[in-house]
Design a protein around this ligand. Structure first.
Ligand code: FE2
Length: 254
């Protein structure tokens, strides 16, 4: 079969070649909420960050961090989640790490991340991309060969925009201006997956993501507004708990 040309939305320049570097990445799945957490660490300095940690998985995650002899320096949430309670507060208490999330999100964090900020993981710098739309505070984290997209861009899908001040137009702008402009071979690591996908690439999503591929902004907004989706099971407990970094004892979704 002949390879298809990249659609016009995919405007990223080819990735320059470089050393693979010392950053390591491990995916950790919470089956109940279909959340994918990301443990990233520097193989030389052993400093680590955990992105979108789930409170019910603290024992699993801290055991892995201990077994790998890592020092957790930050727990980072890509946004205020509606479907699970973050482990940011629990990890801060257990390890002394900082908690971080997108600016305008949870007020309890030690560091609010804005577009262009850098999150340091040992010798590696991750760039913060402001990617609102699913929620106003949503961020993505870009490394040299990958991007963690939270719930902005999912594999063959995207985050919903019908609650938590979601904005379909803003999501279209975030995906097309900040994610699809990355080099086509950039690996896309989503915050959730419900069908067993764990990773994709910018080129694949540009071409095959039916939510947005080839769509105008107007068509995307119309499509998102037409979706009728049930509320997440734990939204009423999870959102208030996550605004408190998961420290709200009345939340019991674990
Ligand atoms: Fe979300």
């Amino acid at each position: 079969m002949q390879a298809r040309a990249l659609p016009i939305l995919c405007s990223g320049a080819a990735m320059h070649e470089g050393k693979p570097g010392s950053l390591r990445l491990r995916q950790l799945v919470d089956v109940e909420s279909s959340t994918i957490s990301y443990l990233m660490w520097d193989s030389e300095t052993k400093e680590a960050i955990l992105v979108d940690p789930v409170r019910g998985q603290v024992a699993r995650d801290t055991q892995l961090i201990s077994e790998l002899a890592l020092t957790l320096v930050a727990a980072v949430d890509t946004h205020v989640h509606a479907d699970h309670v973050t482990a940011a507060g629990a990890l801060r208490d257990a390890t002394g790490c900082l908690s971080m999330s997108g600016a305008g999100g949870a007020p309890c964090v030690d560091r609010a991340l804005a577009h262009g900020d850098v999150v340091q993981v040992g010798l590696t710098q991750l760039r913060v991309l402001s990617t609102p739309g699913h929620t106003p505070d949503s961020i993505s984290l870009a490394g040299a060969w990958f991007v963690l997209t939270g719930d902005a861009l999912l594999v063959r899908g995207c985050g919903r925009t019908d609650f938590q001040n979601g904005d379909a137009g803003a999501l279209y702008d975030s995906i097309t201006q900040h994610i699809f402009t990355l080099p086509p071979e950039t690996l896309v690591y989503p915050g959730h997956d419900y069908r067993g996908h764990l990773v994709s690439t910018v080129a694949e999503e540009c071409m095959y993501n039916a939510r947005i591929s080839g769509k105008t902004r107007e068509a995307f907004v119309t499509h998102m507004r037409s979706l009728v989706l049930p509320l997440p099971k734990h939204i009423h407990e999870a959102v208030p708990a996550n605004l408190a970094c998961g420290d709200d004892p009345s939340a019991s979704t674990d």
